[in-house]
Design a protein around this ligand. Structure first.
Ligand SMILES: *Cc1c(COP(=O)(O)O)cnc(C)c1O
Length: 343
């Protein structure tokens, strides 16, 4: 039983779907074949429908969320990107961008506060923000203020540990992305990148074509439901099948939020400390418990002896926190078992 926040538990249906993929010969198809174009088209349709992605937003498959950080720096940034972050993933994104972009500005913020959007006006390049910071279990519920502050900018949102788990308002951003091994409940090795028409317009203005993964090159291939490289066909197949199988995100989201509330209520009742004090900023999909090193080690030893994996702390909170994924592939009986043990 695993509550690791990535790679995380895959949907149980994946077992059968993988067998089907093999039996149907999907694992050996050519990536330029009509069969492959069909499953790519189906997977994209399924994502649009089940995740409620606006019909004019484009969906691409790339290798990882890390790759999307690079694509944004290469193909969507003219001169400068702003990086709002309060944790390790947002910071890492800034580190990657720094190697490729002329100027980056880092705007760190406190884990118990929302980012301060004042003091910057007329910025029209790229704004980067992590919707759900997997390293510390914080989230930014409302991204509208960002769009309001930067109406001309491209707003890029890392939703790796929330996309597929909670409903997101895609119109609040221009680039959204997530690798599949977190909230989407699939085996690692692929990521989904979602772009608004404005993002594609910006890519056309910049006209970067220097890299194998330049956005325009990706975009042109996807117009034919093809990829710019030989893709993870099995994962595309699995997305196709899973999207037909799961509930609409409005239902999943409701369930995720109810379960998160149950977790936070339990922790409070039990007198266990959350790393994030401000309830408005606590993540619905990654619950982070804080304690002394001894307390954390004790919980880890206890869960391990019962065959349950919980997530280690991350970055500067490595030894004094542990993280529990609240992803849709995790079943209620599993949560009950962990809660019973912790109780
Ligand atoms: C896991 C994670 C990433 C990195 O994903 P990869 O698939 O390893 O590239 C990036 N951002 C966030 C918020 C994550 O949780």
């Amino acid at each position: 039983m695993t509550f690791y926040p990535g790679p995380s538990k895959v949907y149980p249906q994946v077992a059968q779907f993988m067998q089907d993929a093999f039996a149907e010969g999907m694992l050996s198809i050519n990536h330029r074949s009509s069969e492959c174009m069909e499953i790519t088209c189906g997977a994209i349709d399924g994502l649009h429908q089940k995740l409620n992605i606006p019909s004019d937003y484009h969906v691409y498959f790339v290798s990882s969320a890390t790759e999307v950080w690079e694509i944004i720096a290469q193909s969507l940034t003219r001169q400068k990107s702003l990086h709002y972050y309060n944790g390790a993933f947002g910071e890492k994104w800034a580190d990657y961008a720094e190697k490729l972009v002329s100027i980056i500005e880092r705007i760190p913020f406190d884990i118990n506060k929302l980012p301060d959007l004042q003091n910057i006006t007329n910025f029209n390049d790229v704004v980067c923000i992590t919707q759900n910071e997997t390293s510390n279990g914080t989230q930014i519920k409302d991204l509208k203020p960002l769009r309001k502050t930067f109406p001309e900018a491209i707003i890029a949102i890392d939703a790796t540990s929330s996309l597929g788990g909670i409903a997101l308002d895609f119109k609040d951003g221009d680039v959204w992305f997530a690798s599949v091994q977190k909230c989407l409940g699939l085996p690692a090795g692929m990521a989904i990148m979602i772009c608004s028409p404005k993002a594609i317009e910006r890519a056309e203005q910049i006209n970067d074509r220097k890299f194998y993964n330049s956005l325009l090159f990706i975009h042109e291939n996807f117009q034919k439901f093809q990829t710019h490289y030989t893709p993870n066909v099995l994962c595309i197949y699995l997305i196709n099948r899973i999207m037909l199988n799961i509930s609409h995100i409005s239902i999943i989201s409701e369930n995720t939020k109810q379960r998160a509330k149950k977790w936070y209520d339990f922790l409070e009742h039990k007198g266990m400390k959350c790393l994030v004090q401000n309830p408005e900023i606590r993540s619905d999909t990654v619950i982070t418990i804080q304690g002394t090193e001894e307390e954390i080690n004790e919980i880890k030893a206890l869960t391990k002896s019962h065959g349950i994996t919980v997530g280690n702390g991350y970055g500067s909170w490595k030894n004094t926190t542990l993280r529990i994924a609240n992803f849709p592939a995790i079943e209620n009986i599993e949560i009950e078992a962990l809660i019973k043990l912790l109780r």
